[in-house]
Write a protein that binds this ligand. Structure first.
Ligand code: HEC
Ligand code: HEC
Ligand code: HEC
Ligand code: HEC
Ligand code: HEC
Ligand code: HEC
Ligand code: HEC
Ligand code: HEC
Ligand code: HEC
Length: 412
């Protein structure tokens, strides 16, 4: 109990620390709190700022002397004022690239943001004087900067599509560059956005997972595969061993993007296979080629197996509705489904034999489930017959009873 009180006391003391920092004389904050609009805003939002939480104040970024109450004296020789937009990255980097300084606050924080930024398209264009590209404050804010761990932070995974989309989805703003502005809308329709926003799956990628935080560039053709492989390693391995690997490298074609796209990645189905116009394979494989043949065969194989799973599933549902216990075969049908999922993954290796072998693993179980579901249906039919007979006899018995009672009631 005392331990608990102690820790509460320590915790409260710690949470008062930022207030203690405020309690020190800070004429910048005092005076600016009483000003208007953009001169007041910094003073208002600074209470939520991570820099404030680490004990930094206005003067740490802007210089000046906060012990002086008058504006003239407060803005002495050390006063830096607000940096121009094009100077912001260097302004922030004066601390964030200084490893020795940053270590005194948090030894684990990276100090490569600026050097990474300089390699990005944003950084490269800024160097040429283009002030429209993203600078640090576009993604982080200015006086209310928070860590990416806070759900309200502009850099929290859920908020990133909006943070980037503010420019990248604005056709007018991006017009001079001639690049598409559909990334955000397309991304919103993807399996990835669905997983992140609807399933709240924080392992699903948002813009910076594929583009990097500070080195934002489209991944190069060569590196797209490795971007996807971070999270889909088995698929990547299969692809690397397939004949496509060398063929794609020779063509300068990126690995996963050729078939799945980039921003609007949809849930894959066998419609991607086969030889109709919808199939991705026929984009490159002409009729009569080995690839064309494989595309057709793969679709037939996988669809055929899937249809049988669906059929047994439907029979089991029917039997269950009629009151037959089917949990055991239903469970085994799940196992067969897992086999199908693995077989679909194997598509990336393009080895048809391996896919056939995989599907064969499910054959025995599928046959067993088939028998069990037929038996379940039989049982349901048998029970129905039994029910009809029982109802007939019951009705007969009822009639006999009725006649009997009536005959007893008749006056002698
Ligand atoms: C982490 C560094 C940092 C801290 C701490 C900081 N500022 Fe700033 N401040 C900036 C940057 C960067 C800009 C330029 C923003 C821009 O142009 O988008 C700026 C701009 C301003 C401006 C000009 C706003 C405008 O829109 O014209 C004022 C006023 C200001 N800061 C006051 C303050 C006050 C008061 C404090 C303390 C409560 C403070 N700042 C703390 C970095 C900081
Ligand atoms: C007595 C009031 C007062 C005090 C004290 C004061 N300011 Fe200001 N500040 C102003 C006013 C008024 C303006 C707008 C007019 C101007 O630029 O002088 C301003 C403008 C600014 C700007 C934006 C314009 C620019 O020069 O870039 C920044 C940044 C700023 N102050 C930071 C600070 C900091 C940091 C301190 C403390 C060291 C401070 N102020 C202390 C009143 C004050
Ligand atoms: C006076 C030095 C200084 C300047 C200038 C400065 N920072 Fe910081 N910043 C720090 C310190 C110290 C921390 C706290 C370390 C931590 O968060 O672990 C910090 C933390 C941060 C964090 C949170 C990191 C995390 O996830 O914990 C972000 C984001 C950040 N700063 C962005 C900026 C941006 C953007 C600018 C420029 C507008 C800037 N900083 C300017 C010193 C500075
Ligand atoms: C295009 C948007 C963007 C720009 C521009 C940007 N950042 Fe970041 N920054 C991010 C994102 C997103 C994260 C969060 C990464 C995560 O999920 O942890 C981040 C994280 C950080 C962190 C936390 C430590 C880390 O590296 O993960 C610091 C500090 C930081 N940024 C500082 C800066 C500074 C300084 C600049 C300017 C030189 C800058 N950022 C420019 C998007 C940006
Ligand atoms: C302040 C506006 C702004 C914000 C915010 C912004 N960007 Fe940009 N971005 C630009 C501009 C302008 C370009 C230059 C267009 C070009 O490449 O010619 C650019 C270029 C890029 C490029 C290179 C495109 C190409 O093919 O040349 C990528 C990738 C990129 N941004 C990703 C991002 C990501 C990811 C985020 C969010 C974490 C982000 N941007 C946030 C304005 C912004
Ligand atoms: C699953 C990974 C992934 C995600 C998530 C992602 N991108 Fe991309 N992005 C790519 C790939 C791959 C390219 C194309 C590179 C190529 O073909 O040269 C690309 C290209 C771009 C380009 C260059 C122009 C274009 O359309 O080709 C911009 C700008 C861009 N992305 C911004 C964004 C923004 C903004 C978001 C978030 C809304 C985002 N990206 C989310 C993978 C991704
Ligand atoms: C940061 C991790 C991450 C990155 C990077 C990533 N993905 Fe994903 N991907 C996921 C997650 C998580 C899911 C959602 C799984 C689910 O809920 O079905 C997913 C789902 C998918 C699906 C649908 C899978 C299914 O079973 O229906 C495809 C296809 C896919 N991603 C392709 C790609 C491609 C192509 C790239 C590269 C351009 C990529 N992913 C980059 C994590 C990632
Ligand atoms: C030649 C076209 C092609 C390429 C290249 C390709 N895929 Fe696929 N991918 C498919 C097809 C077709 C399916 C769907 C099979 C089905 O559902 O019947 C699929 C399914 C998937 C799935 C869901 C099923 C599973 O495997 O778990 C993921 C995830 C996936 N691909 C990721 C990737 C990644 C990552 C890459 C790059 C390493 C990649 N794909 C490259 C055609 C391709
Ligand atoms: C971006 C173009 C492209 C796409 C899309 C593509 N392939 Fe290929 N594929 C090639 C190239 C190039 C080769 C190298 C041999 C060749 O020219 O046929 C190849 C080789 C193959 C081979 C080996 C052929 C042999 O000669 O051994 C098979 C099998 C194959 N692809 C099947 C598929 C299937 C199935 C799909 C759809 C899921 C598909 N491919 C999608 C370009 C593509």
């Amino acid at each position: 109990m005392t331990k608990k009180i102690f820790s509460i006391a320590v915790f409260s003391a710690l949470s008062l620390l930022p207030l203690a920092a405020f309690a020190q004389k800070n004429s910048c904050l005092d005076c600016h709190s009483g000003l208007e609009a953009e001169l007041k805003a910094p003073a208002m939002s600074f209470a939520q700022d991570i820099h404030q939480q680490f004990g930094l104040t206005c003067k740490d970024c802007h210089g000046g002397n906060p012990a002086q109450a008058s504006e003239d004296k407060a803005k002495d020789k050390t006063f830096k004022g607000a940096p121009k937009r094009t100077q912001i990255p260097e302004f922030c980097a004066s601390c964030h690239s200084d490893a020795a300084y940053m270590r005194t606050f948090n030894p684990r924080l990276r100090v490569d943001q600026f050097s990474q930024y300089e390699t990005s398209k944003h950084g490269q264009l800024l160097k040429k004087g283009d002030a429209k590209v993203a600078v640090c404050t576009d993604c982080h804010g200015v006086h209310g900067i928070q860590t990416a761990k806070f759900p309200k932070s502009a850099t929290f995974p859920w908020n990133i599509p909006q943070t980037c989309g503010r420019c990248h989805a604005d056709a007018d703003y991006m017009k001079p560059y001639g690049i598409s502005t559909d990334q955000l809308t397309k991304y919103k329709d993807s399996v990835h956005a669905h997983a992140l926003f609807e399933k709240k799956d924080m392992s699903a990628p948002t813009c910076n997972s594929c583009h990097g935080n500070h080195g934002a560039f489209p991944p190069e053709v060569k590196s797209i595969g490795s971007v996807c492989r971070q999270c889909h390693p088995s698929t990547g391995e299969l692809f690397a061993k397939s004949p496509h690997k060398k063929a794609f490298d020779d063509m300068g074609q990126s690995e996963c993007e050729a078939c799945h796209g980039n921003h609007k990645i949809e849930r894959p189905t066998t419609a991607m296979l086969g030889t109709t116009d919808k199939a991705v394979c026929v984009q490159c494989h002409d009729k009569g080629s080995k690839g064309y043949q494989a595309a057709g065969e793969l679709k037939t194989l996988l669809d055929g197996f899937d249809a049988r799973i669906q059929k047994e599933g439907a029979t089991l549902v029917l039997a269950e509705k009629k009151g037959v216990e089917v949990s055991e075969p239903a469970y085994r049908l799940q196992e067969v489904n897992t086999v199908l999922v693995s077989a679909k993954n194997l598509v990336h290796g393009l080895a048809l034999d391996e896919i056939r072998k995989k599907l064969a693993e499910g054959e025995q179980t599928l046959a067993d489930v088939g028998k069990a579901s037929a038996a379940a249906l039989d049982e349901a039919k048998f029970r129905r017959k039994g029910l009809i007979i029982a109802t007939f006899f019951l009705a007969l018995f009822g009639l006999a009873l009725f006649l009997k009672i009536r005959s007893m009631r008749k006056p002698a």
